[in-house]
Design a protein around this ligand. Structure first.
Ligand code: WTA
Length: 650
C-alpha cells in the first residue's frame, strides 16, 4: 500500500485490540441474534436463490420473478421476469399494512421549522408529483435530475420518479454550476427539479441561479420544476419553468404505481473515480429494493417505534439508501434535518435528538470527530437517553472517535455499527449486526448476507488473516451497480477487470482471525474528504482550467477531522503568479466547496519519472510533512523533492 494515510491508519489499528460487546438487554431483544446471523449468512451463500427469494417475497411484486439471479459476468440480473415498484413498496404497502397515520418523514429545517408527513400524506404527495411529472411529458426511462436542499420534496421527487419509472439523478446541492452541467448533460435529463434556494448556516444558497446557468449548456433539458423553499423571488423562464407547488396543485391525487421490470433503472448517481470525469453509477429496481430493505432492517435492528435519523444528504448514496429507500421500505419514521451540524452552535445535533426522541443515529466519522473536538460538555447538556443504536459510514473511523461516540453519545449502552459500503454496492456490505456481534473499534466487521469478501493481491492471490491487501467481493449481490451509465466498458474495466472474476472495490483492507474486515482507505487516486469521494483528476482538471496554472498534481494528506485533506501542487503558467485564495475560490466554482484545496504549494517542477509520470507517492510524503522514503533514482530530477519540501504552503 503506497497510501500514506493508509500506513498511518494501519499503525494505529495494529495496536487496537478492544472488543466491545452489546449489552445483554440489547442482545435479548435483537432482531438478528448471533445464531440467526450464522444460519442466515450460511444459507445466503449456499442457497442464494432460496435466501433472496424469501427476502424478496416479503415485498410486493406485481409479477413474481422467474429466476432469482442471472449472472453473465460481469452483468447480473436479479429477480428476472419479476415486476415491482419501489415507491409502491415504500408507501402504498405501508398504508395497506395499517401505517397510514404513522409518521413517515419528520423534517426539521435549519431555521427550526418542523414539518411532518404521515405515510398517507407522503403517498398523496408522491401521487400528485407523479401525475405532475407525467403531465410534463416525463416517461418511463427518462432521466430527471434533482438539485435540491435536504427538504421533504427531495424524497417526494425521488419517489415520484420511481413511481412512474423515470430514472432520477440526484446532484448534491453543494455542487457547482459546472459539476451540475456535466451531470445533467451526461444523463441527458429532460427535466430538472430544483429549488429557489437552500438554507445553509443562516444564509441562502442560490440553487435556481446555478440551475439556470447549467441549463444554458444542456440541450436535452426541456423543463424545470422549482420548489419554493426560501421565497426569495427568483426569475422564472416562461415556457420552461414551473413552480412545484403549482404543478402539484393542478395534479390529481389518484395514481397507480407503474409495474416495472425488476431490472428497470431506478437511479443514476454520479461518483468520483480515479480517472476521468465522475461516473454515473446505475442501480435498478428489484435488487436495490431488496438489498436496502434487508440491510436497513438487520443492521439498524429496526422496529416500529423507532425514530430513525441518517444525517446524510440525499445527494449521496447514503441519503438514497438509508435516508429514503431503506427506512421507508421498512415503514420507519425518518428524521431529516436540512442544515449544518454546527448551526447555530455545536449542540444542534443533540437538540435534534432530544427534541425528536431519536432512537437510531447514523452519521459520518468526520462529524463525530468534529463533535469530539468540541468536548464532552456540549452533548452532556442534552438528554440523549432515547438513543439505542449508533451507526458510522463513509470513511474509516479511528478507534478513538469510535470510543467517544460509544461513550459520550451512546452513554455506553448503544451498540455502534461501522458500515462499509459504496455508491456502487448500493447497500451495506460489511458491518457488525448490533445484537449479534461485538464491535471492534476501527474495524467494520463481518459480511452482510450474500456478501463474500476476500483480501487479495493485485494478482488475485487470496491473502490470509491480518495480511493487508485489496478488498474484493467474490460474487454478485442484489443491490450491486449494473453498469456505468453510458459507458459499460468503464464498468467492466474498473470493477471486474482489475482482478479477474471478482469485484474490485478500490479499498485496501485486512481481515483478522475472527473474520472482521478492517477497511484502511482507497488504494487508487480517489480522496475521501469528510466522507465525500473526490477524484484527484477532477480537482487537477479544475486547477489547470485556471489561466495562471500550467500543471497541477493533487494528493491527500491525513487530516484529524476530515480524514483526508486536499493538497494541490501547482506549476504557474509563465508570466502569471498564482494567488492561492483565488485558486481555492476557482476550485469551489468549478466543482464545489467540498473540493477546495486545504493547501497549495506553488512549485517550479513536479517529481516525474523519465517517462513523464508524476510520482504521487513522493508528493503524498511531502504533503504530510514527512521525510522522503523510497527509491528516488527513477526521477528525472531528484532535486525537485528537496525544493518542494522547502516551498512554503499557502
Ligand atoms: C469509504 C459511501 C472505511 C471507502 C457509503 C469506500 C469506508 C468509499 C466506510 C465509498 C467504512 C465507506 N469504513 N471506509 N465504514 N464506508 N468508506 O461511494 O473508501 O461515497 O470505497 O459511499 O468510502 O464512498 P461512497
Amino acid at each position: 500500500m503506497t497510501h500514506q494515510a493508509t500506513n498511518d491508519h494501519i499503525d494505529t489499528l495494529l495496536h487496537e485490540s478492544r472488543v466491545i460487546a452489546p449489552s445483554a438487554e440489547f442482545v435479548a431483544r435483537a432482531r438478528v441474534s448471533r445464531e440467526d446471523y450464522d444460519r442466515m449468512y450460511r444459507r445466503s451463500l449456499d442457497d442464494p436463490d432460496g435466501f433472496w427469494g424469501d427476502v424478496a417475497g416479503e415485498l410486493h411484486w406485481m409479477r413474481r420473478w422467474d429466476r432469482v439471479l442471472d449472472w453473465q459476468e460481469p452483468h447480473a440480473q436479479w429477480f428476472v421476469g419479476g415486476q415491482t415498484n419501489v415507491a409502491h413498496n415504500a408507501l402504498d404497502r405501508q398504508v395497506a399494512a395499517g401505517r397510514g397515520d404513522k409518521t413517515a418523514i419528520l423534517w426539521e429545517g435549519e431555521d427550526g421549522e418542523v414539518r411532518t408527513y404521515s405515510y398517507s400524506e407522503l403517498l398523496r404527495e408522491v401521487k400528485r408529483a407523479a401525475n405532475a411529472l407525467t403531465a410534463l411529458g416525463v416517461e418511463q426511462g427518462d432521466r430527471v435530475t434533482l438539485y435540491l436542499p435536504l427538504i421533504p420534496e427531495a424524497a417526494i421527487a425521488m419517489l415520484a420518479c420511481a413511481r412512474i419509472g423515470a430514472v432520477h439523478s440526484v446532484v448534491f446541492g453543494g455542487f457547482s454550476v459546472s459539476a451540475l452541467a456535466d451531470r445533467l448533460g451526461d444523463a441527458g435529463s429532460k427535466l430538472l427539479i430544483t429549488a429557489d434556494a437552500g438554507q445553509r448556516r443562516g444564509g441562502l444558497v442560490g440553487l435556481k441561479a446555478n440551475a439556470d446557468e447549467a441549463a444554458r449548456n444542456t440541450p436535452s433539458l426541456e423543463r424545470m420544476l422549482v420548489v419554493c423553499r426560501a421565497d426569495c423571488g427568483v426569475p422564472m423562464q416562461p415556457g420552461r419553468d414551473l413552480w412545484w407547488h403549482e404543478a402539484l396543485a393542478e395534479a390529481g391525487d389518484e395514481h397507480e404505481a407503474a409495474p416495472l421490470d425488476s431490472e428497470h433503472p431506478l437511479f443514476v448517481l454520479y461518483t468520483s473515480g480515479s480517472t476521468g470525469k465522475p461516473k454515473g453509477v446505475l442501480h435498478t429496481t428489484g435488487g436495490y429494493m431488496v438489498g436496502t430493505y434487508l440491510t436497513t432492517q438487520a443492521v439498524f435492528d429496526l422496529r416500529d417505534d423507532d425514530v430513525y435519523w441518517c444525517t446524510a444528504d440525499v445527494g449521496w448514496v447514503t441519503g438514497h439508501s438509508y435516508s429514503v429507500y431503506g427506512p421507508l421500505l421498512n415503514g420507519a419514521t425518518v428524521l431529516m434535518y436540512e442544515g449544518a451540524p454546527n448551526h447555530p452552535d455545536w449542540g444542534r445535533f443533540w437538540r435534534l435528538v432530544e427534541r425528536h426522541r431519536v432512537t437510531i443515529l447514523y452519521t459520518a466519522p468526520t462529524a463525530i470527530r468534529s463533535f469530539m473536538r468540541q468536548g464532552d460538555a456540549i452533548p452532556a447538556g442534552y438528554d440523549l437517553g432515547s438513543l439505542r443504536l449508533l451507526g458510522s459510514v463513509g470513511e474509516p473511523i479511528n478507534p478513538e472517535a469510535w470510543m467517544w461516540y460509544s461513550r459520550v453519545i451512546g452513554g455506553g449502552r448503544c451498540p455502534v455499527v461501522d458500515t462499509w459500503w459504496q455508491t456502487e454496492t448500493g447497500a451495506i456490505m460489511l458491518t457488525t449486526l448490533p445484537g449479534a456481534h461485538p464491535g471492534k473499534p476501527g474495524s467494520a466487521g463481518l459480511p452482510m448476507f450474500g456478501v463474500e469478501p476476500a483480501i487479495m493481491t493485485r494478482d488475485g492471490e487470496e491473502l490470509g488473516p491480518d495480511d493487508g491487501g485489496l478488498l474484493v467481493i467474490k460474487r454478485p449481490w442484489p443491490s450491486m451497480l449494473r453498469t456505468v451509465y453510458g459507458d459499460d466498458e468503464r464498468y467492466r474495466k474498473t470493477y471486474w477487470g482489475e482482478i479477474p472474476h471478482v469485484y474490485f472495490a478500490g479499498d485496501g483492507a485486512r481481515r483478522d482471525a475472527d473474520g472482521y474486515v478492517t477497511v484502511m482507505g482507497r488504494v487508487d487516486d480517489v480522496l475521501n474528504v469528510s466522507g465525500h469521494r473526490l477524484g484527484t483528476m477532477e480537482i487537477e482538471s479544475a486547477l489547470v482550467a485556471h489561466p495562471a496554472v500550467a500543471e497541477a498534481a493533487v494528493v491527500g494528506r491525513p487530516d484529524e477531522v476530515k480524514g483526508e485533506g486536499v493538497v494541490a501542487f501547482v506549476l504557474p503558467q509563465s508570466g502569471f503568479t498564482v494567488n492561492a485564495g483565488e485558486l481555492r475560490a476557482h476550485v469551489s466554482r468549478e466543482i464545489g466547496a467540498l473540493a477546495r484545496p486545504d493547501a497549495i504549494i506553488v512549485a517550479d517542477a513536479l517529481p516525474k519519472t523519465r517517462s513523464g509520470k508524476i510520482m504521487r507517492r513522493f508528493l503524498r510524503q511531502i504533503a504530510a510533512g514527512k521525510s522522503i522514503e523510497g527509491d528516488t533514482s527513477t526521477l528525472e530530477d531528484p532535486g525537485v523533492l528537496d525544493r518542494l519540501a522547502a516551498t512554503p504552503v499557502a
